[in-house]
Design a protein around this ligand. Sequence first.
Ligand SMILES: Cc1ncc(COP(=O)(O)O)c(C=O)c1O
Length: 410
Amino acid sequence: MPQTQSAPGALDRYAHWLRGRPAPTPSWSPSSDLGADFISFTGGQPATELFPLEPLKAAFGRALVEDGAAVLPYSENIGLDALRQLICRRVARRGIHVGPDQVIVTSGSLQGLHLLGRVYLDPGDTILTEAPTFLGALPCWEKEEPRYLTVPVGADGLDLDRFEATVRAAPVPPKFVYLLPTFQNPSGVSLVAARRRRLLRLAQEHDLLLVEDDPYGELWFDDEAARLPPLRSLDGAAEHVLYLGSFSKILAPGLRLGYTIAPPGLIARLVAAKEGVDFHTDGVVQQAVVRLCDGSVDFDLEAHIAAARRVYKQRRDALLGALEQAFGPRARWTRPGGGFFLWLDLPAGARAAAVVVAARKEGAGVLPGTAFFPDGGGEHALRLSYANTPPERVAEGVRRLARAVSAAAE
Ligand SMILES: Cc1ncc(COP(=O)(O)O)c(C=O)c1O
């Protein structure tokens, strides 16, 4: 008899096998069923108009037709040499000087976080994060059921006095410190340069591994923000900083192309772990990005990123202006120097959960601050993304949000 349906009881049996495993965390994947009039400030999606479609088409064509014999078979787990060389040249522009043996290409930078968990975490370990932090990272480590210690982020980034006190008071040292020092997701704030040096000194003093997640670092809006040095670029950082980069925000997230920079010994462990996950990142995608950047097609990645900076700055300014008009002194928000997000502290009395529901009814999407704290917080705040909202829609979106705030307060 053809098996078109699950046998009765099969689902119960799965439930039995899954008993005792942590429940899945809610998905943060973008939803697409909201209608054309809906104005979303929710996702980490880049501006879709910026995707370089024609150059990508040409680069994929060349990668397949001219290089297919080399990149269609299985290839090295660590990633294509030409792409790792390209990554080394690009990160050198920001002061990170490494060779290709210190780079592993990953399927999105998120996979680097996952591989790190596999090679590095033991069940019940402690991870220290910023509060708020990028909660999308946490499912990477859920198998090991870590404990989280958190340290608040203020206008100048991580509070280092609290950080030091937390590290000193921890009964066991955190296995690593997960950080987004530049244009943080979700708050948009950055760790000021002087604090970066102190943070590295503290890491050296307490023998800590800092995991620097930096997908937005190249998307700055002014000279001061452009000069923020990645932690990994500081003197003495090689031993204490593992750096994650991505092509998602500067090219397109659907490529699923990221990289991790670490000392060669740790890279070897990450490579071994990757073999058990997906063997290697899609060879055609890797080669297409090489072709995109090596002069084979009509495209200049640096000019593309410079244009993206202008687009995102314009969108940030539109959102800042609309918030000022709609809320004035009743609310407070951050003023990001780059990246995709800002953080809105709601007017007194407004609760994020109620505002999110009311905003959806009004036709605007926002995320509650609570979605960004591993151990509670953010009840009166929202994360707003300006990256994929055309500026002419921003003012209307914020008016809807302001109506939602009033409705939620009633
Ligand atoms: C801070 C941060 N890290 C990692 C990622 C995931 O990036 P990728 O697409 O390279 O996996 C995101 C995506 O939104 C992010 O905001």
